[in-house]
Design a protein around this ligand. Structure first.
Ligand SMILES: [Zn+2]
Length: 78
């Protein structure tokens, strides 16, 4: 069991419902051997993530919090 967080979206990898095949990224960020979002615009990524979370029925405040957390992920550090 890993206690690491996804380096792209900060989701705890232990909570990942599927195996992504990567020890750095979750199955939402990393699929079929590559990053789902290939760009490097964190704000665009946040927008996609927020929409994906609320589309799954997540509480908007909770989704907002997780979206805010993305800004601290290693992938977006300059
Ligand atoms: Zn992720």
């Amino acid at each position: 069991m890993s206690n690491k967080n996804c380096e792209s979206c900060m989701m705890p990898l232990a909570k990942d419902p599927k195996m992504s095949g990567s020890d750095k990224y979750c199955s939402y960020c990393f699929r079929d051997g590559k990053l789902v979002y290939q760009g490097n615009d964190v704000n665009e990524f946040k927008k996609h993530s927020y929409e994906a979370m609320t589309a799954k029925g997540m509480n908007p405040l909770k989704a907002k919090f997780f979206t805010w957390m993305i800004g601290f992920a290693p992938r977006w550090k300059k």
